[in-house]
Design a protein around this ligand. Structure first.
Ligand SMILES: [Zn+2]
Length: 102
């Protein structure tokens, strides 16, 4: 399992959500890269039971994810996925859709 991020082809900045221009250097050439896991920094449980979390990838990129399949505490490593129905224990779901037009 993994989540897809965007990497600037010029400066290497790792980005999510996807951008039209790199906020670090202004270039517009990107490649996609997959990240397997991240460290949970904060989590918030909503009234309906949904748990949203801020997770930090090894590149330093922070993502907002939904925790599925269990509980995770700050400092723990969570597996990232773009699959909303992923199996395999506690995962951090990051919505991603290539069909979205920018
Ligand atoms: Zn850049």
């Amino acid at each position: 399992m993994s989540a897809t991020l965007q990497r600037c082809d010029s400066c290497g900045a790792s980005l999510f959500p996807f951008r039209l221009f790199c906020p670090a250097c202004g270039h517009s050439d990107f490649v996609e890269h997959d990240v397997d896991d991240a460290v949970l920094e904060e989590a918030t449980a909503l009234a309906d039971g949904t748990v949203l979390a801020t997770v930090r990838c090894a590149t330093g990129t922070r993502l907002i994810a939904r925790i599925l399949g269990g509980e995770a505490s700050p400092g723990s490593r969570v597996t990232l996925t773009n699959e909303p129905n992923a199996d395999g224990g506690t995962v951090a779901y990051v919505p991603f859709n290539r069909e979205v037009k920018y």
